[in-house]
Design a protein around this ligand. Structure first.
Ligand code: NAP
Length: 349
């Protein structure tokens, strides 16, 4: 059987694309990713990066409030039971993703919990190989596999994820655990400066830890960090260990020097990684044009077209710059509309 549209991914871009495609009678098939140890380690399990966060305060339509009754009514009982219960005072990342997934399914989206591990876009219908060994064919494909935040790879970092260690200041910065406490941002790029600046609203002090003696951030952003009295840049330092305990989570960091100085311990309540992201595009190598950083390259402004006609991309897999749930959802909508129009033009829909 040849599918009209296969969507690969399961974040806001993928589910929004599925909602629009299903309502356009494209009968979409979504590969949401496999539940595997490898994906867990990589941070690319089904439901994407939002499933790894806690409260989501900046997704429009979900102000703080007791959503428990609504969530119970919208989701299957076993799904509701699996959600973190702190979701009762506003929407959590996992709950938002379950709602989007459910909404896509309500319109008839079919979902397979496997990865697409290889594609052949040189033939049409396109051929997609799934992690269960099965092969699928599709007239159009939307790639929405997202990106994953880079981590340092320390065991202590893994231990305190969501308990003081975060890769998203905009998602987590306003949490009570960081209020009026010192925190650290790791990295020296624009994201690090942006996150550090954002965190100054809540934290008592923000240390920026950078491994060199010059920021990578653009000049204007770098000047902003240096001028902010609440930000202190610690040059030529890397994180050796994240310190903490079971009760409080993160309590500090041990910083090694890259220029031969002794290590130092710093008291912080949070560690925000801003050392870049890696798009999930390994399975696309050689099949589609990627940027030098590995993101899917858009070939036309304000369209989700890729270098392969009939293959569209949405969300963080093609967006190094904005990386927000709401922008990913918007791109998912655009990709579904682009795919629908393309299939109609070709006379296949
Ligand atoms: P980035 O520019 O790649 O910067 C990553 C930073 O992390 C670099 O300073 C790098 O150090 C450091 N780093 C990488 N691996 C590390 C490791 N293992 N240990 C310690 N430090 C490490 O990434 P980004 O800041 O996320 O920015 C991504 C893109 O989005 C950029 O094009 C940026 O301009 C854009 N952006 C723009 C804005 C804005 O304009 N408002 C805001 C955010 C992002 P080195 O410098 O030594 O390599």
């Amino acid at each position: 059987m040849v599918e009209k549209l296969i969507i690969i991914g399961s974040g806001p871009a993928a589910w929004t694309a599925a909602i629009y495609a299903a309502r356009a009678a494209l009968n979409p098939l979504v590969f949401e990713g496999a539940i595997s140890e490898t994906n867990a380690q990589k941070g690319s399990l089904p439901l994407g990066q939002l499933a790894l966060t806690t409260e989501i305060e900046n997704y429009p339509g979900f102000p703080r409030g007791d959503l428990s009754q609504y969530l119970r009514s919208a989701l299957a009982p076993e799904v509701y039971a699996s959600l973190p219960q702190d979701g009762q005072q506003g929407i959590t990342g996992p709950a938002l993703m379950e709602l989007m997934r459910q909404q896509a399914k309500n319109f008839g989206t079919r979902v397979i919990t496997e990865d697409i591990v290889a594609v052949d876009f040189s033939q049409h219908p396109f051929v997609l190989h799934a992690s269960d060994g099965q092969q699928y064919q599709a007239l159009a494909v939307i790639i929405a596999t997202g990106a994953r935040a880079n981590y340092l790879g320390l065991p202590s970092e893994e231990k305190f994820k969501n308990r003081g260690v975060s890769a998203c200041a905009i998602c987590d910065g306003a949490l009570p655990r960081f209020r009026n406490r010192p925190v650290a941002v790791i990295g020296g790029g624009d994201s690090a400066v942006e996150e550090a600046t954002y965190l100054t609203r809540f934290a008592s002090k923000v240390y920026m830890v950078h491994r060199r003696d010059k920021l990578r951030a653009s000049r204007i952003m770098a000047a902003r960090a240096m001028a902010n009295p609440k930000i202190e840049i610690l040059w030529n330092r890397v994180v050796e260990e994240i310190l903490g305990n079971d009760e409080q989570g993160v309590t500090g960091i041990r910083l090694a020097s890259t220029v031969g100085e002794p290590s130092v311990d710093l008291e912080v309540a949070g560690v925000f990684l801003a050392i870049g992201h890696t798009p999930n595009t390994a399975f696309l190598q050689g099949q589609i044009e990627l940027t030098e950083d590995g993101y899917v390259r858009y070939v036309k402004p304000f369209r989700t077209y890729t270098s392969v006609e009939g293959v569209f991309a949405a969300g963080d897999v093609a967006d190094k710059n904005y990386r927000q749930a709401v922008t990913a959802a918007g791109l998912g909508c655009m990709a579904a509309l682009d795919a629908e129009r393309w299939l109609t033009e070709k006379g296949w829909h």
